[in-house]
Design a protein around this ligand. Structure first.
Ligand SMILES: [Zn+2]
Length: 414
């Protein structure tokens, strides 16, 4: 056995770190509340900064409050590894955090072992991935996709501005503009993340090699009919907006089958009925449509098909339809050579792999704009995530961290 295959992370230390940070922001309902730029987030940031220093890495916080830890000669482009430590409300302990803590463990281990590499390694913990202020704020700043307008206008659901929230934590929001990296300073990016879906758990395979990160479009759609008396209006004389929505929702599988792929998914997750009283025909319905696929062309076809389906339903049912585009995100392909490195790292630690797309958005998708990216998934128990029920077996965490370690070594060598 070569020296390289014997190289392993310190699992006890990783486990202790996961246990420690899991206490920060944990509430009595067992959920973790570490939304970006809250007191709990700040506490977790301080905890991480201390760990980076204690590991002997060079600590730096950029203008977007992204936390970095460097190992090696910073004159050269770095191999970046990381994710995020902020959370949704009532979160589990691993979403994002696992990627940051395994990254930290890998760098610490490589430093302790004095492993010689051709490129420096850089740990990063990105700010507000989860979206208190829109999401992916830190990685977007990192690639330069941020502007003063967004910084000034961003508010959370309670109306607190990004500027005020960052100020309360000691940061100047406008400095997020300074977090922009010269693409030449980033050689490549690796993110380990929990799958947040049921596929690996159901296959009983510890390592997912991510091939693509899905793109999506999100619409807010209104079907507008007429609010009439529920007692006096005969059924055939109604313009019932909810009936239109019901028909549309039944058409989703057909639209996906005819225009999508087996990776296409579409969801109506939010519905508001107006006027919303029991004795009035619903004259208007406003609902969301979230649609995802890994292929940009397919997404375009799906947009066209959904538009046609809606206008046919509106015509048949005497309704008007309007929609606003809330977001459009292009799909991203993970780098082929990094995927091969993850495969060979998995062989080195005898771990089975499954090649799969990511249905959720991740910082990697943003970083892909300036550098090749790779992603490693580890199984989520029963696919649960964004919930305190989120969990991954310790054994799978250890395997994933070792695969990340061996992948990073390859990424940082010529
Ligand atoms: Zn995440």
């Amino acid at each position: 056995m070569s020296v390289a295959t014997e190289l392993k992370i310190n699992f006890e230390r990783l486990r202790n770190n996961i246990d420690e940070i899991s206490q920060i922001g944990r509430s009595q309902d067992h959920g973790i509340y570490r939304q970006a730029f809250t007191e709990n987030d700040l506490q977790a940031r301080n905890w991480l900064s201390e760990k980076i220093k204690a590991a002997g890495l060079e600590l730096e916080v950029d203008g977007a409050a992204n936390i970095h830890g460097y190992l090696g000669d910073r004159e050269k482009p770095s191999v970046v590894v990381g994710s995020h430590i902020d959370s949704v409300p009532a979160a589990g302990p691993l979403d994002g955090t696992l990627g940051v803590l395994t990254g930290l463990e890998c760098l610490q281990r490589l430093k302790e072992e004095g492993v010689s590499l051709d490129y420096p390694l850089e740990l990063v913990s990105f700010s507000d991935e989860e979206g208190r202020f829109g999401g992916l704020l830190g990685s977007q700043s990192f690639v330069g996709d941020i502007n003063p307008q967004r910084i000034h206008q961003s508010r959370d659901l309670n109306g607190v501005s990004l500027t005020d929230a960052m100020k309360a934590c000691g940061y100047d929001a406008i400095r997020a503009l300074d977090a922009r990296r010269n693409p030449r300073s980033v050689r490549s990016y690796l993110e380990l993340h929990i799958e947040q879906g049921p596929v690996l758990d159901s296959l009983d395979i510890p390592i997912g090699v991510v091939s693509h990160i899905t793109g999506l479009f999100k619409w807010s759609i209104r079907l507008i009919g007429r609010p009439d008396h529920a007692g006096t209006t005969p059924m055939h004389m109604r313009a019932d907006a909810l009936a239109g929505l019901a028909e549309f929702s039944m058409e989703i599988p057909r639209v996906l089958e005819e225009n999508g792929t087996d990776r296409s998914v579409a969801t109506i997750g939010k519905v508001d009925l107006f006027p919303g009283t029991a004795n009035t025909v619903p004259g208007q319905v406003e609902f969301s449509l979230d649609c995802r696929d890994t292929d940009a062309k397919i997404l375009q076809d799906l947009m066209d098909a959904f538009r046609r389906a809606l206008s046919a339903i509106a015509r048949r049912r005497d309704l008007m339809f309007e929609f606003d585009v809330l977001s459009e995100v292009d799909p991203v392909a993970c780098d082929d050579s990094i995927q091969r490195m993850i495969q060979s790292a998995s062989e080195a630690v005898s771990a089975q792999t499954h090649v799969m797309p990511s249905g959720a958005a991740h910082d990697a998708q943003i970083v892909a704009r300036i550098a090749p990216v790779g992603m490693i998934f580890v199984p989520s128990k029963a696919g649960r995530s964004h919930s305190s029920a989120e969990w991954t077996d310790w054994e799978d965490i250890e395997t994933g961290a070792n695969v990340a370690l061996h992948t990073l070594v390859q990424m940082a060598r010529d």
